[in-house]
Design a protein around this ligand. Structure first.
Ligand SMILES: CC(C)(COP(=O)(O)OP(=O)(O)OC[C@H]1O[C@@H](n2cnc3c(N)ncnc32)[C@H](O)[C@@H]1OP(=O)(O)O)[C@@H](O)C(=O)NCCC(=O)NCCS
Length: 220
């Protein structure tokens, strides 16, 4: 493995989900959830961008590093790798996704997932933090979601972001009849909570820098 390949493996970017991403998002989603959405549900969502916000997380591939061929004076050819920020490339695989509905001052996280082999590096947190940033940008006040009562990993992430359990939806999940915890954030208009959310994002990006992980945000 060369240096470019190593760098690319630890290089990710977030961008808005597009209609053409749906089949790939669905493939990743099936690896994350036992009750994935039909593709038609994503299509419906993406056709109504005022009412929601959906993003994908891609891993930059080595092929994204453009190669330019430059002729040296003595006629030898030199390959110069140009670390140019490429336009979006279909070869950069989707490894995570997230989305929420936005209704008045309420943002309802509908889905969030990271492909199993990419978990534990802060990428799920990056997706959640990006949804928070979008909710704040759109003047939302509350973030809410449902989570399986057995899903301790996701619950730990939500508690880290100040969510508290406010109720239960009985037999919410159709695949096994499991209950859902209903969780709510604190108010995004509370300056102390906003500061906490911003601090979490800063320490997440410091962690990425320390571990040599490159993150780029593209219009998300
Ligand atoms: C939930 C999910 C998105 C987390 O993604 P991830 O990239 O593994 O999580 P991160 O590395 O960003 O971890 C963020 C936080 O989540 C919690 N967390 C992550 N992995 C955990 C684990 N194995 N055990 C307990 N908590 C864990 C921790 O609070 C962690 O913060 P920390 O790093 O300060 O300890 C991922 O596990 C996933 O895709 N699960 C399947 C889909 C799903 O359950 N989605 C939620 C539906 S409500």
């Amino acid at each position: 493995m060369n240096d470019d390949q190593r760098d690319a493996e630890r290089s990710y970017y977030i961008e808005p989900m597009r209609l053409e991403d749906i089949p790939e998002v669905s493939r990743v989603e099936r690896r994350c959830f036992s009750n994935p959405w039909p593709e038609s549900a994503y299509r419906r969502e993406l056709r109504n961008p005022e009412g929601n916000h959906y993003i994908v997380l891609r891993q930059r591939q080595e092929s994204s590093i453009e190669q330019a061929t430059v002729a040296e004076p003595r006629g030898r050819l030199l390959l110069l790798p140009l670390l140019r920020r490429p336009e979006r490339r279909v070869t950069d695989p989707i490894i995570g996704f997230a989305g929420m509905w936005i209704l008045f001052d309420e943002s309802h996280v509908t889905t969030i997932g990271v492909a199993p082999e990419f978990r534990g590096q802060g990428l799920g947190e990056l997706l959640l933090s990006t949804l928070f940033a979008a909710a704040i940008r759109r003047d939302g006040q509350w973030v809410t979601l449902e989570v399986r009562v057995s899903n301790r990993t996701a619950q730990a992430l939500y508690v880290k972001y100040g969510f508290t359990r406010q109720g239960v939806r009985r037999h919410y999940y159709s695949d096994n009849g499991e209950d859902a915890d209903i969780m709510w954030s604190a108010s995004l208009r509370d300056p102390d909570y906003r500061e906490r959310i911003e601090e979490l994002r800063e320490s997440l990006f410091a962690r990425f820098r320390d571990s040599g992980i490159e993150i780029e945000m593209r219009d998300s």
